[in-house]
Design a protein around this ligand. Structure first.
Ligand code: SF4
Ligand code: SF4
Ligand code: SF4
Length: 654
C-alpha cells in the first residue's frame, strides 16, 4: 500500500507516502540465515544463526544495507541455482537486522495501515451483525433483493441504508458511503470465520480479526489440503496454543477431505493449470462440509470468511474485490482486510506484533501453500525438495510413474517432464484412472440414448435430482417417468452385466433437459465421491460419502449440483472425456475450467436466443459482459451452437 525505500544506515526498509527516485519496484522480503545456508553462502559469507533476519531480497536479488550483493539465477527441483555476486557481495560479514529500530521507524505508517484494516473488519462485522437495527426494522423485507433489483435497472451498485430508528431506504452505494450512511444488508450471516493457512497473510488476518471481533463470535479454520509442508501444520498448532491462552473460548477447527490427496491424483490425474481440481476438492469442499457439520442443520450456513488474499500475489487475485458475495460459493461472503498490503508490510506487522513466522519463509519460500502445485515456481520446488523431501517426493514419484502412459520411456525425458514443469500443462486425461468405467452417448435425437459401462454410482439415485421419478421393473428393464420442470418424460434403463443402456424417448428438442441428463450420466459413471458437488446443495439433500444418496423430500431440483461445473462433475471434467468417450478430442477442448464463470444456463437465454438467433450475440441480448462467454460455452456444450462459430448446430436444425 505504501511506497518503500531502503533505510541503508540500519539495514532496514522505510514505508513512505510519496514516490521518489529511490522507491523500490518490488517489495523486499526479509532473508534469514536458513535461506543463506540452503544457497551454500556459508562458504562465502560470515553470519550468525540469528532469530532476526540478516538482509533483504527483492525476488531473488539480495540486498545488504540497501546495496545489491547477490543474485540467484535458475535452479529447479533438481538443480542448484547459479550465484552471481556483486563486487560488494564477494566477502561479507552480516549482522542481524535490528528489529526494534525497524519497527520504530515504521511505527506511524504501520499504525495507519493496521487501523484502516481494523476499521474495515469492524465495519463489515457491524454491517452483518446489525443487532440493534434488526430489532426495529421489518425483518421480512429482503433488502438485498431490493438493492439488487435496482442495480439491474440502473447498472449501478446499490445499498440499503437505515434512515432513522424504523425506516430505511436504498441509494447508490457510492453515494451512501460518501454520505457516511449506515449500510445494512439483510444477508443473515450465521458464522464469522478467520481462514488460516499457516502462511504469513492469514496469520496477520487472524490477528487483526481477533482484535475486533469477540472471540466467541468467530471460528478459526485451517484447511489441510494433504500437501502441507510440515512447518505449516506445526504453526497451526503453535498459533492455536498462542490464541487459546489469550482467548480460551476461541474455537479452532481443521478441515480435510475424507480421502488422501494421492487417491484423487490416481483417479483424476495430477492437477494442472487447466484442471486445478484440488483447490475445490481438497480445500473448499472439506471446508464447507465442516461448516455444515458445525452448523448442525444439514444445510450450508451463510458465512463470512476473512481471508488473507492480497492483490500483489497474482494478476488473477488483483481482479478480486476487497469484499465479494457468492464469489466462491453462494453462501459465502469473502472479506479481504489486507488486500492492498505488500509483502514487506505483512512482515513488518508480524515483527511488530511478535507473531510466529512459518519456518518455510525462513528457508526462502515466498509462499508456504502446498508442497507442489501447478502454479509453484522452480524456486519453490527447489526449496521444498531440499528441505521437505518427504512432502514432495510422493507426488513427484506419481508424476514420474505415469510418464510411460504419455509415451515417455527414457529416464532423461521423464526427468525433464518434471523439471520443466510440463505436467502442469496437462489438458487431457491419459494419466487419470477411470478403471473400466466409461460413458458413450449413442444418439441425441429423436431419442436420447447412452451406454454406461461399469458406472461407479447408482444411475437411478442420480436421476432423482432431475425431478420426481416413478419406476416399474420388468426383469432387467426399468421403465420410468420423469417429471422435469413442467413436462413428463419417459425413459428405460436396460441392465446387462456391467452395462446400463438408458433411453429417453423423443427429447431431441429438449436442449436443457439433454444437458442435465448428460451431467447426471457423467456423475453416475465417474463419481469418486470427491465431496465437491455435495457442498453446492443448498438444502442438504445430497450426500456423496461414503455413497451417493439424495433425500427426495429435501431436493428442490435447483440443479446447483449439476451446473456448478462443466459436465456436472469434477472427476469427469478432469479426465477430459468427450462424448463418445474419445479422450482429448480437440473439438471438445475448452478454454479452461472456468468457462462458465459462475453462471448456470438460464432458460430465458435459450428462449431469447431462439427469438432472435441472427444477432443475439451481436448485442441483441440482455447478457452482461461476463455472461456472454459463459452463455456461448453453455450453448456449445448443450450443442445448440457449433463448436467453432456462433451458428445454430445441425442437431437443433434437423
Ligand atoms: S496444489 Fe495448488 S491448486 Fe492444488 S490445492 Fe494446493 S494451491 Fe490449490
Ligand atoms: S443441489 Fe439442488 S438439485 Fe442437487 S440435490 Fe441439492 S436440492 Fe437437489
Ligand atoms: S459426482 Fe460430485 S462427488 Fe462425485 S466425483 Fe463428481 S463432483 Fe465429485
Amino acid at each position: 500500500m505504501f511506497k518503500i525505500t531502503w533505510d541503508k544506515e540500519n539495514n532496514g526498509v522505510l514505508l513512505t507516502m510519496r514516490s521518489t527516485d529511490e522507491t523500490l519496484n518490488v517489495p523486499p522480503r526479509p532473508v534469514f540465515f536458513e535461506e543463506l545456508d540452503l544457497l551454500g553462502l556459508n562458504k562465502f559469507w560470515k553470519y550468525p544463526k540469528s532469530k532476526e533476519p540478516l538482509l533483504w531480497a527483492c525476488d531473488r536479488r539480495y540486498f545488504y544495507k540497501g546495496e545489491l550483493v547477490l543474485e540467484a539465477k535458475g535452479g529447479n527441483i533438481y538443480d542448484d541455482p547459479q550465484l552471481i555476486f556483486t563486487d560488494s557481495g564477494k566477502k561479507l560479514n552480516l549482522e542481524p537486522i535490528n528489529l526494534d529500530k525497524l519497527c520504530k521507524k515504521n511505527e506511524t505508517t504501520m499504525f495507519l495501515l493496521e487501523h484502516e484494516a481494523l476499521e474495515f473488519i469492524n465495519t463489515i462485522y457491524r454491517r452483518y451483525r446489525p443487532n440493534a437495527v434488526q430489532q426495529t426494522v421489518n425483518k421480512t423485507v429482503d433488502f438485498q433483493v431490493l438493492a439488487e433489483t435496482q442495480e439491474k435497472k440502473t447498472k449501478e451498485k446499490y445499498a440499503v441504508i437505515k434512515e432513522d430508528c424504523d425506516s430505511f431506504d436504498i441509494m447508490p452505494l457510492e453515494e451512501a458511503e460518501k454520505q457516511g450512511k449506515q449500510i445494512m444488508l439483510n444477508t443473515k450471516i450465521e458464522m464469522f470465520i478467520a481462514s488460516f493457512s499457516g502462511g504469513k497473510d492469514s496469520q496477520v488476518v487472524l490477528d487483526l480479526v481477533s482484535r475486533v471481533i469477540p472471540s466467541n463470535d468467530f471460528l478459526v479454520i485451517y484447511s489441510d489440503t494433504g500437501y502441507e509442508i510440515p512447518p505449516s501444520l506445526e504453526i497451526y498448532e503453535q498459533t492455536k496454543q498462542y490464541y487459546k491462552e489469550q482467548h480460551p473460548d476461541l474455537q479452532f477447527y481443521l478441515s480435510k477431505n475424507h480421502q488422501d490427496v494421492l487417491y484423487y491424483w490416481d483417479k483424476m490425474g495430477s492437477p494442472s493449470r487447466m484442471h486445478r481440481w484440488c483447490c475445490g476438492v481438497m480445500k473448499t469442499a472439506p471446508l464447507y462440509r465442516l461448516l455444515k457439520e458445525i452448523h448442525g442443520t444439514g444445510k450450508q450456513p451463510n458465512v463470512l470468511v476473512f481471508e488473507g488474499v492480497r492483490a500483489e500475489e497474482s494478476n488473477r487475485r488483483a481482479l478480486y474485490d476487497r469484499i465479494g458475495r457468492g464469489v466462491k460459493h453462494n453462501n459465502v461472503v469473502n472479506a479481504r482486510p489486507i488486500f492492498e498490503w505488500s509483502a514487506t508490510e505483512i512482515y513488518l506487522y508480524l515483527f511488530m506484533r511478535q507473531l510466529p513466522i512459518n519456518e518455510g519463509y525462513r528457508n526462502g519460500l515466498w509462499r508456504v501453500g502446498c508442497s507442489i502445485c501447478p502454479y509453484s515456481s522452480d524456486w519453490s520446488e527447489h526449496i521444498v525438495e531440499k528441505k521437505y523431501p518427504d512432502s514432495i517426493n510422493p507426488f513427484v514419484s506419481d508424476i514420474l510413474n505415469k510418464t510411460s502412459l504419455l509415451g515417455l520411456s527414457k529416464e532423461s525425458a521423464k526427468r525433464d517432464y518434471v523439471k520443466l514443469g510440463n505436467w502442469k500443462m496437462r489438458s487431457g486425461g491419459k494419466t487419470s484412472n477411470t478403471e473400466n468405467s466409461r460413458l458413450d452417448i449413442i444418439s441425441t435425437t429423436p431419442d436420447f440414448k447412452a451406454v454406461l459401462t461399469a458406472p461407479k454410482e447408482s444411475l437411478l439415485t442420480w436421476l432423482n435430482i432431475l425431478g420426481k421419478i416413478k419406476i416399474s421393473q420388468e426383469k432387467n428393464i426399468t421403465k420410468g417417468e420423469l417429471q422435469y420442470k413442467k413436462g413428463i418424460y419417459h425413459f428405460t434403463i436396460q441392465t446387462d452385466d456391467d452395462k446400463q443402456i438408458i433411453v429417453f424417448e423423443n427429447i431431441g428438442d429438449e436442449i436443457l433437459l439433454q444437458g442435465h441428463i448428460k451431467r447426471v450420466l457423467y456423475k453416475a459413471t465417474y463419481c469418486v465421491h470427491c465431496e465437491a458437488c455435495e457442498v453446492e446443495c443448498p438444502t442438504g439433500a445430497l450426500s456423496v460419502v461414503p455413497l451417493v444418496s439424495v433425500d427426495t423430500k429435501k431436493c428442490i431440483h435447483c440443479y446447483k449440483c449439476l451446473d456448478f461445473k462443466e459436465r456436472g462433475c469434477v472427476m469427469a471434467n478432469s479426465i477430459n472425456i468427450s462424448e463418445g468417450n474419445m479422450k482429448n478430442n480437440n473439438k471438445m477442448k475448452t478454454s479452461g475450467i472456468d468457462k462458465y464463470s459462475t453462471f448456470g444456463m438460464k432458460e430465458n437465454w435459450v428462449s431469447d436466443f431462439f427469438n432472435n438467433s441472427d444477432d443475439y450475440f451481436e448485442g441483441n441480448n440482455s447478457l452482461g459482459t461476463k455472461m456472454i462467454p459463459a452463455c456461448l460455452n453453455w450453448f456449445r456444450e448443450a450443442e445448440i451452437l457449433n463448436i467453432s462459430d456462433k451458428k445454430i448446430s445441425k442437431l437443433v436444425l434437423c
